[in-house]
Design a protein around this ligand. Structure first.
Ligand code: NDP
Length: 445
């Protein structure tokens, strides 16, 4: 057994039942073999054992009162995974599926993603099994205030800076920040994704989606290709999906489908994004509505079918494991050329290997492709610390530079170890090298 295999074996025994965490750790660690082999000192100092064990895991009760006067209890999580290169940084997810395994997989991914941005941010993630769907505004506020009443003691502008994720958007960040400020009496950059009137950054809302398109466009450019005229699928219709669609359309792509957790819409004339924004951002409605409002558009129940639509570019921007092997094979058979992950871990391990084994398919993994969100969060932190604001153009230009650099860094790292074009390896290795160096410098902690 190699060192990596032993660590994985042990990790599975010590963290039973955490299947998403096992999946992410397996995907990451197996690709690090070449780096580990080049650094025998890593094994001596149990670097991988430390890298896969969170520095701190906080689990807490969140009690709140609903509109019927009934007391509700949810689980709260914050996993402070790795602070070797900067304060913990990573989003909060509010979704009924949230459990420790999901938070740990997201946290582990986040360490490498944050490192790839080139900015000084460590990795963390948190959330709750609270379901914001169907809740009144007052219930959301009550929940967020209770959540922060525990979380505040564990976070800080130089310690741990959470942000949004699934189910946590501008409204939730506002309530969370308000409660933090009330308890601590500090107006600091302790959360990112804040509103523009109280310390937020321009372009943060758009950043993950825009960043996804910038890195994909750079990969295309390297191959003499571009988004112009390319049939594109975007799954999801949330924050990442909407702004990925917006930028892809700006670059000339024809986005023909989007979805939510109930089903997908197909619009062969190209998605009318203003209608999607109205349904999702304003009315908080269902994507099904789109087909009622736009002539020629069709709605299909269930999401899996979206991947059977022929396309040049597939951008999964909804949730983990939304593309399985069967869907990957359907995409490949229909001629997909670029798959770039906007969501976290949207492709199963089998789907990733199908993409990587298919000739001519460029696969950009989440930790590189969706790093634009956290990168812009780090730019928000920089603006907060400096007590200043940059213009949209300044932030957008910095975001673009970061994404272009990420592409070239992962490309270089893959080539350095003889895996040209394997961006899963390139991203894991490029992200890991910096974290490993910092951890070694800090001694056994
Ligand atoms: P949102 O909550 O804004 O949107 C999520 C979208 O995905 C919604 O349209 C939702 O539909 C859909 N969805 C959720 N579950 C499923 C499912 N099982 N099948 C099909 N569709 C589903 O979240 P974000 O856009 O912020 O996040 C999307 C992904 O991107 C997540 O994986 C997140 O971790 C990742 N990400 C987000 C970043 C950000 O800056 N926001 C940064 C980096 C990564 P419905 O409304 O029905 O639930």
């Amino acid at each position: 057994m190699t060192y990596v295999e032993r660590v994985l074996d042990d990790l599975k025994k010590r963290n039973p039942g955490e299947k998403e965490f096992h999946q992410a750790a397996t995907e990451i660690l197996l690709t690090l073999e070449p780096v580990i082999n080049a650094h025998p000192e890593y094994e001596k100092s149990a670097l991988l054992e430390r890298f896969t064990e969170p520095e701190r895991t906080i689990l807490f009760r969140v009690a709140w009162v609903d509109d019927n006067g009934k007391v509700q209890v949810n689980k709260g999580y914050r996993v402070q995974f790795n602070s070797a290169i900067g304060p913990y940084k990573g989003g909060l997810r509010f979704h009924p599926s949230v459990n420790l395994s999901i938070i740990k997989f997201l946290g582990l991914e986040q360490i490498l993603k944050n490192s790839l941005t080139g900015l000084p941010i460590g990795g963390g993630k948190g959330g709750s099994d609270f379901d914001p769907k169907g809740k009144s505004d007052r219930e959301i506020m009550a929940f967020c205030q209770s959540f922060m009443t525990e979380l505040y003691r564990h976070i800080g502008a130089d310690t741990d800076v959470p942000a949004g994720d699934i189910g946590v958007g501008a409204r939730e960040v506002g309530y969370l920040f308000g409660q933090y400020k009330r308890i601590r009496d500090e107006h600091v950059g302790v959360l990112t994704g804040r509103g523009l009137s109280y310390g937020g950054s321009l372009i943060r809302k758009e950043a993950t989606g825009y960043g996804l398109i910038y890195i994909t466009a750079e990969a295309m450019k390297a191959r003499g290709y571009s988004f112009a005229g390319k049939t594109t699928l975007v799954s999801g219709s949330g924050n990442v999906a909407i702004y990925a669609c917006e930028k892809a359309q700006e670059l000339g792509a024809k986005v023909v489908a989007m979805c939510d957790s109930n089903g997908y819409v197909y619009d062969e004339n190209g998605i009318d994004l203003a209608v999607v924004k109205q349904i999702k951002e304003v009315e908080r409605g269902r994507i099904k509505e789109y087909a009622n409002r736009v002539q020629g558009a069709k709605y299909f129940e269930g999401c899996k079918g979206i991947w059977t639509i022929p396309c040049d570019v597939a951008l999964p921007c909804a949730t983990q494991n939304e593309i399985d092997e069967e869907s990957a094979k359907a995409l490949i058979a229909n001629g997909v050329q670029y798959v770039a992950e906007g969501a976290n871990m949207p492709s199963t391990l089998e789907a990733i290997s199908a993409f990587q084994n298919a000739k001519g398919v460029v696969f950009l993994p989440a930790k590189a492709a969706n790093a634009g969100g956290v990168a812009t969060s780090a730019l928000e932190m920089a603006q907060s610390s400096g007590r200043l604001y940059w213009s949209s153009e300044e932030v957008d230009a910095k975001l673009k530079t970061i994404m272009v650099n990420i592409y070239h860094n992962i490309d270089k790292a893959a080539k350095k170890y003889g895996f040209d074009g394997n961006y899963v390896m390139g991203a894991n290795i490029a992200g890991f090298e910096k974290v490993a160096e910092a951890m070694m410098a800090h001694g056994v902690v």
